[in-house]
Structures are given as structure tokens and as C-alpha cells.
Write a protein that binds this ligand. Structure first.
Ligand code: AMP
Length: 220
């Protein structure tokens, strides 16, 4: 199994990207936790021990799959080390979705979600009928952690761990911008994952990743 790691701030489009991939090829840890009624509504991370065992079990059970996109894992350095210990050879690409804080805050504060996994935003992806999911017709709702206060906490958790995680995946690292042309960018990233062809993300890729940047990963 080839493993793709999808890393980015809240609201950068990890879940929306997952919707563009074949069913069963995208695992969102946050969604899995919500399905299991694990409380993750305060923006703080669930324990590494719990998350690592969850991921290990899932990967072992699904080892026959051709590829899997892990969304929201690893989120700490200890998770990164754990993943590498067991699946180093399987990790194909570490995809970093780049987006500014302002854009992230706007996306998350106005986001509406459905239990079926779809999410909407009045500017980026409005639902056809207000408050109703296009895909399944259910009522849309706000995630309880999609508030201005909690998004600050989630962003600070993300920033605190980011560079410590990135330095473990320097050789697999691809940084792509999802700031503008959101839907189009996600489509290109999905095509890249499905084909392995980097040409799809040529114009949204922030590269080359310089020596200074690599050194920076090591420092923080
Ligand atoms: P997400 O749906 O990716 O925004 O994740 C929602 C929440 O689930 C996060 O704010 C965390 O509380 C928890 N969570 C998701 N992934 C992880 C992870 N890898 N490690 C610890 N907690 C996580």
C-alpha cells in the first residue's frame, strides 16, 4: 500500500480533497474520532497513544488497498516517528496544503457540514439550497469546534507541531497552495495523487524547497 500524508491547517481542504478520491482511499482521523464519539471539540489533540493505535489497526486491516490518503495524521512529532517506524517504506508523498491564517479563519467560521462528510462555504462552495446538503438532503450544521476562539487554538496547535513534523518527511515533501482557486487546486492535487504525475500541481506547487527551509525544519 502506498501512503499519502495530507497535512495542513484546519479548513485548508483536506476533507474536501478526500471527497474527490475513490471511496475508501481517504482516512480522516478527525471524522473517525467524531464517529466514535470521542470528544475532540476543544481544539486540543487526542492522546498520541490512542491515535497511534487507531491508525496502526486501520493500516493493518486495510493493507490490501492500493493506496491510502491519511488526513490529519501525523499531527505531532511523536506520531510522525511512530508512523515512520512501521510504514517508512510505504510513505509516498507528504502533501502540505498551504493557506494563510486569515483564509483559514474565514473558511472555518463560515463552514457548514453534513454527517455524510460533505462541507459547504457560502463563498467557496455554497449548497444549492440554504442549510441542506446537496448530496444527501440532510440538514447542515456547524461543527462545535468551528468557532473563532477554538480555531485559534487549533491553529496554534498546528503551528507548534508543524516544523517538527515536516523535518521527518523532507525527502517526500510537496508544498502546494490552496489559497486561491480552491476547487481547482484540490482537483489538481487529487489528479496528482491518482496519477503520481507532478505536472498536475506544477502551477500551484511552491518549489523548490530551499536549503534554508530544510534547515529551518531542523531548528524548530
Ligand atoms: P479535524 O477533523 O482534522 O479538524 O480534527 C478534529 C479534531 O480531532 C482535532 O482538533 C483533534 O482534537 C482531533 N484529532 C484529529 N486528528 C488528530 C491526531 N492525529 N492526533 C490527535 N488528535 C487529532
Amino acid at each position: 500500500m502506498d501512503i499519502y500524508l495530507l497535512f495542513g491547517p484546519p479548513g485548508s481542504g483536506k476533507g474536501s480533497l478526500g471527497k474527490l478520491l475513490p471511496k475508501g482511499s481517504h482516512l480522516s482521523i478527525g471524522s473517525l474520532l467524531r464517529e466514535q464519539n470521542i470528544d475532540c471539540s476543544n481544539g486540543k489533540l487526542v492522546s498520541d497513544e490512542y491515535i497511534n493505535s487507531l491508525v496502526l489497526k486501520y493500516l493493518k486491516q486495510n493493507s490490501q488497498k492500493e493506496f491510502l490518503v491519511l488526513d490529519g495524521y501525523p499531527r505531532t512529532e511523536s506520531q510522525a516517528i511512530f508512523l515512520k517506524k512501521y510504514f517508512q517504506d510505504r510513505i509516498k508523498t507528504f502533501i502540505h496544503l498551504s493557506c494563510s491564517d486569515e483564509e483559514v479563519i474565514d473558511r472555518v467560521c463560515f463552514r457548514e457540514t453534513c454527517n455524510c462528510g460533505c462541507s459547504y462555504h457560502p463563498r467557496l462552495k455554497p449548497s444549492k439550497r440554504v442549510g441542506i446538503c446537496d448530496a444527501c438532503g440532510s440538514m447542515l450544521k456547524k461543527r462545535s469546534d468551528d468557532t473563532k476562539e477554538i480555531i485559534q487554538e487549533r491553529l496554534s496547535v498546528y503551528k507548534k507541531e508543524k516544523n517538527k513534523i515536516l523535518r521527518h518527511f523532507q525527502d517526500k515533501y510537496v508544498d502546494v497552495s490552496v489559497e486561491r482557486d480552491f476547487k481547482e487546486s484540490l482537483k489538481k492535487i487529487a489528479q496528482f495523487i491518482l496519477s503520481g504525475n507532478e505536472n498536475y500541481i506544477k502551477d500551484i506547487r511552491n518549489f523548490p524547497i530551499g536549503r534554508d527551509q530544510i534547515k529551518q525544519f531542523g531548528r524548530e
